[in-house]
Each structure stands twice: as C-alpha cells, then as structure tokens.
Design a protein around this ligand. Sequence first.
Ligand SMILES: Nc1ncnc2c1ncn2[C@@H]1O[C@H](COP(=O)(O)OP(=O)(O)OP(=O)(O)O)[C@@H](O)[C@H]1O
Ligand SMILES: [Mg+2]
Length: 368
Amino acid sequence: MHVALTHNLKREDAGEDGSNGSGKPALLDIRSDVAHTGSAPQVKIPPLIDTFAEWDSVETITAVKSALERRHTVSLVEADRLAFEKLATLKPDFVFNMAEGWGGPSREAQIPVLLELLEIPYTGSDPLTLCICLDKSRTKEVLFAHGIPTPPFTVVSVKDELHDVHLNYPLIVKPLYEGSSKGIFDSSVVRTPQQIEIEALRVIESYRQPALIEEFLPGREFTVALLGNGKHLRVLPIIESKFDHLPSHASPINSFEAKWVWDTIDRPMDVLDCPANISPLLQRDIENLCRRVFNVLRCRDWCRIDLRLDAQGVPNILEVNPIPGVLPNPQEHSFFPTAAAAAGLSYDDMINAVVSAALARYKPSSVQ
Ligand SMILES: Nc1ncnc2c1ncn2[C@@H]1O[C@H](COP(=O)(O)OP(=O)(O)OP(=O)(O)O)[C@@H](O)[C@H]1O
Ligand SMILES: [Mg+2]
C-alpha cells in the first residue's frame, strides 16, 4: 500500500521556511516527496520558547516513517498550505496522520478535512472529534453532559471576565487550546486573585486565545493510552506521572519546565511509573472510565487520556489527546510508546497497530 505520512516538522529543526537552514540535507528527504509548486507560505512566529512544542522532530517523523516502511511504501507530506495540492497529486492509498496543523483551534482537523474531501482513508479521529478535544472547555462540557467527572472550570477571554471566577483555590490556568504543556508553567498553579490575573492575561496575550481556569486536583496523576475501536479497543498499561523528582519549590504538575526543561535526554529523571502501582479496583475504574471517554468523544484508532484523582480519590478527566505524541527515544519518556512497550509492543508494532485499527474501520462491514 502507498501510505502518506502527514506531519508538521518542528521549526527548530526546519527553519522558518521549512528548510533546515544549514543548507545540508540533514532533514533526509523530508520535504522532497512531492514537488512544491509556488512559494512556501509566510508564517509569523511569535517569540515564545514553546512555540513549536507540539510539532514533531525529524527523529520522530523518521521513526514513524521507518515503522510504516516495514509494510508499506511511504511518502512524507508536510501539513502546510500546499497540503491539498500535494495529496491530490500523490493520491496515496492511505494516510497516517500525525499532523498537529498550521494554527488556530481547528488546526488538528485541517488535514482530515482535506482527506475527506479527497476521499482518502486515514488514521485517527475525524475533524469533529479533533476540534472538540483540542478545545479543553468543549471536551469538558461533553464529559459533564455524560456524567463523567472533570474539574469545575471557567473560560476567560478578557480581563473583565476575571470578576466572575467563582471556583475553589488552588486553581490552574491553561491556554484553552494547546498541547504538549504549551503555556503551562510552574507559575500556572495559582492561589490568589492577583495570581489568576497575571496568569490569565499572560495566556490571553501570549497565546492569543482564552484562558481555561480550572480547580486544581491534588491527587495522583495518570495517563492512559488506548488502541483500537469498538470491541477491539485495548487499554494499554496505565502510566503514573511522578513528581517527587521535581525541585522542592515546584508545583506537582507536568509543566513545560517539568516535561521539557528539567527532564532532559542528558539528565533523564525517573518521571513515569508503568504499569502504575495501583489497586486492582482503581485500575478497573480508570480503564472503564477511559473506555467511556473514548467512546463518548467518538475517538478512533488511538488516543491518550490524562486524568488525576481529586481530594476524595475519584478519577477526574483533565483532557483527551486524539493524536498522541510518539517520541521514539525511550529516554524522552513519551507516554504512548511507554505504555505500548509495557504492553509488549515495539515502536514499529505500535505504529502498525494504529494502521490496522484504521483499516479495519474502513472495511465495508464495520461501522464505528
Ligand atoms: N485541574 C488540574 N489539576 C491538577 N493538575 C493539572 C490540572 N490541569 C492540568 N494539570 C497539570 O498540568 C499538566 C498539563 O495539563 P494538560 O494535560 O491540560 O495540558 P496539555 O498541554 O494539553 O498536555 P499534553 O502534553 O498531554 O498535551 C497535566 O499533566 C497536570 O500535571
Ligand atoms: Mg496533557
């Protein structure tokens, strides 16, 4: 099968125009599968240290490509403004979609929408689910409507709305539609109205989007990888995030600093426990909860769900990631590959299991 791998290449690897800036072919042939017609789109890159945190590195794209090449012929297609033309020219049989998109709250849906227009089958959730899950407040509203626990919250778009925050401290302030801990710093956990204002205005101004203000859950944190669909949906071994290695002054959260600054490849920290050391009862509750969340949000093929225990020990959903990160180096502590490895799946098996789940979904007899 001819598979196209749709992706967004991290700019620190690529330079603003998508070239690697060094003049060397260090990006393998990452942009060469389809000839570019017209000039590359101009993008304005805001001066933020985490601007491209959610996009993929050359290393990750190469690892996914080589996993797919075990069974298929693979072309790389960057998810930029020429993507429609490239896909229409290439006419792949199938797409492995790991593109985070080019910007805005609907960005993860951009490539799936084009693929639906071109009638090309692809891995992962549809545009509706991708848009809902990227907007953390919309996700929480759907969960709330289905009686699934998620922390009380409010959304603030302008300074005046800060007067209407009636939640119990401590709180956490996050960008409404980001991932990879973008905009979530150690200072995001707040205990006073002044701190809320500082953090909310930082989010609104720096990330040009509303701030989600949510009650802080004090309990243990887990993330759960799911693979498959319908009766073949598998919950992979549960991962616990551990915070005891963080500096003593740090908030016990997966902040940008915790994920990308304090835990490095050179100085890896013991940050994950997988399978999590939990009672069989809690394990069963979390697994059942995550299956419900996957189905309620109509996720497809794979996803990763973050949750945390409240003060009473009840699992509450924080957010849902229908395009999970898959960093290949085990020392980078990427959640989905860690859970897959604990389930006995190699990196390549994991990627191909996502493809198999998607292909089964497209069989005429199956309705998902
Ligand atoms: N309500 C909360 N209570 C306690 N901790 C929280 C809460 N919301 C977020 N956190 C902490 O902040 C981290 C990042 O939050 P969240 O998962 O919403 O962001 P994200 O950027 O979408 O994450 P990802 O990297 O998984 O895409 C969580 O893993 C958790 O440690
Ligand atoms: Mg998360």
